[in-house]
Design a binder for this molecule. Structure first.
Ligand code: CAO
Length: 443
């Protein structure tokens, strides 16, 4: 068997290049044309393939070595006949693409000469280390090929190597994350806009209808906030096994108290709202039933020892959820005042991120508008939300007779992974007791 030295061929303009990838090891059986190593200059990376099939006997380079034309890459026990080396021109190769040279090893007696075939190597696009990450991805040709075979968009893969170089491991990690659903490729995200196309769930496609066929239409693109909240609502509606419990609270006395408080405070400029009482009542119920003030984190439930309450605000741009922080430490007047300010900021599009994050529970009140009950969607990663509708005078049996009472419809949606139906019924009942007699908050 002939032992053959495989050398670095003419590498164009480069004096020295660095070995950045070893693609074979001692003992490997390789085919002619198979890539052996990847080398990199400051402008390009390229693979050095073997012209000869055989078994790798000795590797003469290691990662980080500087090599130049003529450096021996490895020694190969060639399979099949070998003939004298020939000077082989690069075929249709870019200026920087090297042709592989193989030469017989001089020493051993049984070494024959080897026939050299031309082999061109495509140079990877030049990499500019200072380029932004969205520029050309920095990866060796073999990694590019690997990514191509898997259909991985290399420009979306984060490289963890030196200078952000993308390795095969990075491509594999990206693929795993996409397969596990932890990440989406840009193409997937584009295919599934805010409305989603349901393909990922195996659903039939959304109906495509030419509405203009049936009458005049006007098409308006959705605003940014609607798109963002739509995507969040869709995810929350699909991913959370949500159940809604409806109940009524008797707020006859509370409403009378609210009205008289507002009369007394007329000059203060702060209007006490029913929502402020609801926030305070919810904090009391959340303290009694802490699982409603929690979040799911994998297999763990995270109980929060703070009570930041979000409230849905209807704005010209769409639904927003400002947050009253530390509602447990604030009185009704302060909550009312903050709510007024936050609701105005929301309507004016001036809410900052800090004013919309960190809620532990949300209340969505349609009380000023109307309706009886509804099924609010949980604002993940929270695990429950309270929907409130318009209070109405209703006949309530007091044991002897029907009496008119002001009844507030409550709709509590909860995440069944964390909360059970019995707890939800107790939460609503307790909330009703507090709203029925607010002195219970003090107990
Ligand atoms: N029952 C009866 N009347 C109620 C009530 C209730 N549950 N809640 C409020 N009202 C009354 C108020 O007393 C007020 O009446 P007056 O003007 O006579 O005093 C009137 O309705 C308007 O109240 P409001 O809406 O200004 O104040 P609020 O504190 O109830 O609500 C806010 C503030 C920001 C929550 C509200 O303006 C809003 O945006 N609500 C919509 C929330 C929403 O869209 N939720 C749905 C989310 S899911 O798409």
């Amino acid at each position: 068997m002939a032992l053959v030295e495989v050398k670095v061929p003419d590498i164009g303009d480069f004096d020295e290049v660095t070995v950045i990838e070893l693609m074979v090891k001692v003992g490997d059986t390789i085919k002619a044309e198979q890539s052996l190593i990847t080398v990199e200059s400051d402008k390009a990376s390229m693979e050095i393939p073997s012209s000869t099939a055989g078994v790798v006997k000795e590797l003469r380079v290691k990662l980080g070595d500087k090599v130049k034309q003529g450096s021996v890459v490895l020694v190969l026990e060639a399979s099949g006949a070998v003939s004298a080396p020939a000077e082989v021109p690069a075929v249709a190769a870019p200026a920087t693409a090297p042709a592989v040279q193989s030469e017989p090893v001089a020493a051993p007696a049984n070494v024959a000469s080897v026939s050299v075939t031309s082999s061109t190597v495509a140079a990877a696009p030049a990499h500019n280390p200072g380029a932004p990450t969205l520029g050309l991805p920095h990866a060796s040709p073999s990694v590019r090929k690997f990514a191509r075979e898997l259909g991985v968009p290399l420009e979306e893969v984060k490289g963890n190597g030196p200078k952000g170089r993308i390795s095969q491991d990075d491509v594999q990690a990206f693929t795993k994350a996409v397969m596990a659903g932890a990440m989406q490729t840009k193409a997937q995200a584009d295919k599934a806009p805010a409305g989603g196309d349901g393909a990922a769930l195996g659903l039939i496609p959304w109906p495509k209808v030419d509405f203009a066929k049936f009458g005049p239409i006007e098409r308006k693109e959705m605003g940014r906030i609607k798109k963002i909240s739509g995507a969040n609502l869709l995810r929350n509606a699909i991913m959370i096994p949500a159940v809604t419990n409806h109940d009524d609270a008797d707020i006859t006395e509370l409403e009378a108290f609210r009205v008289s408080t507002n009369k007394e405070n007329e000059k203060s400029g702060v209007k006490v709202t029913m929502l402020a009482f609801l926030i305070k009542a919810c904090v009391a119920a959340l303290k009694k039933y802490p699982e409603f003030n929690s979040s799911l984190d994998g297999d763990a439930i995270v109980y929060k020892n703070y009570w930041h309450i979000g409230f849905a605000a209807d704005t010209p741009n769409g639904l927003m959820v400002p947050v009253i922080r530390d509602a447990d430490k604030k009185g009704i007047l302060q909550i009312s005042q903050e709510m007024g300010e936050l609701a105005k900021k929301a309507r004016d599009g001036k809410l900052g991120p800090a004013e919309m994050t960190g809620a532990t529970f949300t209340i969505s009140s349609l009380g000023g508008i109307g309706g009886k009950y509804f099924t609010p969607i949980i604002n993940a990663p929270e695990v429950a939300i309270l929907g409130v509708c318009k209070s109405t005078q209703e006949p309530v049996w007091d044991g002897k007779q029907f009496v008119p009472r002001l009844m507030l419809p409550l709709s509590l949606t909860w995440d069944h992974r964390v909360i059970d139906g019995a707890a939800a019924a107790r939460f609503n009942a307790y909330l009703g007791q507090i709203l029925g007699d607010f002195r219970r908050v003090l107990l």
